[in-house]
Write a protein that binds this ligand. Structure first.
Ligand code: GLU
Length: 303
């Protein structure tokens, strides 16, 4: 497969969409990013990485980090987490409070904010320094020591984090958060502030295309756990548009409000695309279109 020609063709096809949609501004530190940015990278399972556009420029990964914290939590304890968080699409916005009350403080899935806060709480319990353990993992899997947290983004999120704080306090009142709210939120905001390029995100996620095996051949997850994460990505990974995204793209994927989307093609490769203009559900307009075009051109959807 000539990945470079493929990526060039995909980029040319979606070029008219770059700059459409809206850059997330509810976290003020994200609002200044150039809406005309676009990058896309593919990491194959032989160690090759291919890219187009700004595929080596770091961006705010935001909710894509939730895939990695879920993997790290399951790798340390594959059972306990699922008593605290469900596996169903929420059908509600990613930061909604409404459903939590009706469902006794147990979030629908690990990718809405409430669910990701519960995952972080478990990782604090299992690893101590949850965000530090996550950073160590990402650096080692990409062999890239420059990956780091963006302190301005983390501070901006904390300063405007009343909604996430409400979710956390609410869950703690139901006994579904073990650690103090400020501790859990500190790690959650830091993990969302991770700054990585498309190349680094794609490389770090290849264990999901390798049924749980890391780049050096060590196993991070059981085959079942890798399947579980891919399945939850397919059904819950792209906000309230997961059904439409599965219809269009047909791949497990996780998006973030920084405009990135990570997608997995089991036994073949991982893809990360980034363009900051978001649709109303919070998915990158050009990014989702690029993945749609990609699976149409290649026939590599999982279906
Ligand atoms: N840090 C963001 C928040 O908690 C993540 C949102 C997202 O990317 O979905 O609101």
């Amino acid at each position: 497969m000539d990945y470079q020609t493929l990526l060039d063709n995909v980029a040319a096809e979606v070029a008219p969409l770059i700059g459409t949609g809206n850059v997330a501004d509810y976290i003020p530190a994200l609002a200044g990013v150039d809406p005309m940015s676009f990058g896309m990278a593919i990491a194959d399972l032989d160690g090759g990485v291919h890219g187009v556009g700004q595929w080596r420029q770091a961006f705010s990964v935001q909710s894509i980090s939730k895939v990695f914290s879920l993997a790290m939590t399951l790798s340390r304890d594959g059972q306990t987490l699922w008593k605290s968080v469900g596996r169903e699409p929420s059908g509600n916005p990613f930061n909604s409070l409404v459903q939590l009350e009706a469902e006794n403080g147990v979030p629908r899935n690990p990718f809405i904010n409430a669910g990701a806060i519960v995952v972080t709480d478990h990782l604090v319990e299992l690893a101590g320094d949850a965000s530090g353990a996550l950073l160590d993992f990402l650096r080692s899997e990409t062999e890239e020591d420059t990956i780091g947290f963006d302190a301005d983004v983390a501070a901006s999120e904390a300063a405007h984090g009343d909604r996430n704080a409400s979710l956390a306090h609410f869950m703690r009142s139901y006994g579904n958060l073990r650690n103090p709210v400020p501790t859990v939120l500190e790690h959650y905001f830091r993990q969302c502030s991770l700054s990585m390029s498309c190349e680094e995100v794609a490389l770090a996620a290849t264990f999901l295309a390798r049924h749980g095996v890391l780049r050096d051949g060590r196993r991070l997850l059981t085959r079942s756990e890798a399947k579980q994460i891919n399945a939850v990505m397919l059904t819950c990974g792209t906000y309230d548009a997961a059904g439409d995204f599965a219809y269009r793209v047909g791949l497990p994927a996780k998006s973030g409000v920084g405009g990135g989307i990570l997608a997995v093609i089991p036994q073949r490769c991982t893809i990360c695309v980034w363009s900051p203009g978001l649709d109303v559900q919070g998915n990158s307009v050009a990014g989702a279109a690029a993945l749609d075009v990609f699976t149409t051109m290649t026939g590599w959807s999982i279906f």
